[in-house]
Design a protein around this ligand. Structure first.
Ligand code: FES
Length: 172
């Protein structure tokens, strides 16, 4: 059923045939990053289109991160933080939620589209929830089509790496 759904979306008017979205996920190391790791350990199937960027806390996110990701070739971006009330830095995830909402408005204004940005909350033990978020965003962006800022095909990976350089927290 899933392959039928994807095939139907690929032939939509907005997405060119064969379009594979690039999704950047800014993940808190205490929850979503661990959930992504767990999903891998559990061998859960989820979209391979998602590039995970580890953050100390989603409170560290800045709208400039989102813009750098889009400039670098991302077609969609999501932020994944701890459940509300469980942030290790008290209100970091609430600040992230506000920034995402603000940035969605800015993306609408500049023609990129606020729908290309989303926020999720999950605990470290919710590998399946991370997998569902990755799949949901991939399908949403697949239906929206490529970002208007997307570089020429072939340049996306290198540009994305350059744009995200210095954003990810250092590995301990
Ligand atoms: Fe996870 Fe703040 S520590 S969102």
């Amino acid at each position: 059923m899933m392959s039928d759904e994807r095939e139907a979306i690929d032939t939509s008017e907005t997405a060119p045939a064969g379009f594979e979205p690039v999704i950047v996920a800014f993940c808190c190391q205490y929850c979503a990053y661990a959930a992504a790791d767990l999903a891998g350990s559990m061998r859960l199937q989820y979209s391979p289109n998602v590039r995970v960027v580890r953050l100390l806390c989603t409170g560290k996110t800045d709208p400039i991160f989102f813009l750098k990701a889009f400039e670098g070739g991302a077609d969609g971006v999501f932020v994944a933080g701890c459940m509300e009330g469980n942030c290790h830095f008290v209100e970091g995830n609430l600040r992230a939620k506000q920034r995402v909402q603000h940035a969605k408005g800015l993306l609408d204004e500049v023609g990129i589209g606020g729908g290309r940005l989303e926020m999720y909350n999950m605990s470290a033990g919710e590998g399946a929830k991370f997998a569902a978020a990755a799949d949901e965003m991939t399908e949403r962006i697949r239906s929206l089509g490529p970002s208007p800022l997307r570089p020429e095909p072939g340049d996306a990976e290198a540009a994305l790496q350059a744009a995200l350089d210095g954003v990810e927290v250092a590995q301990a």
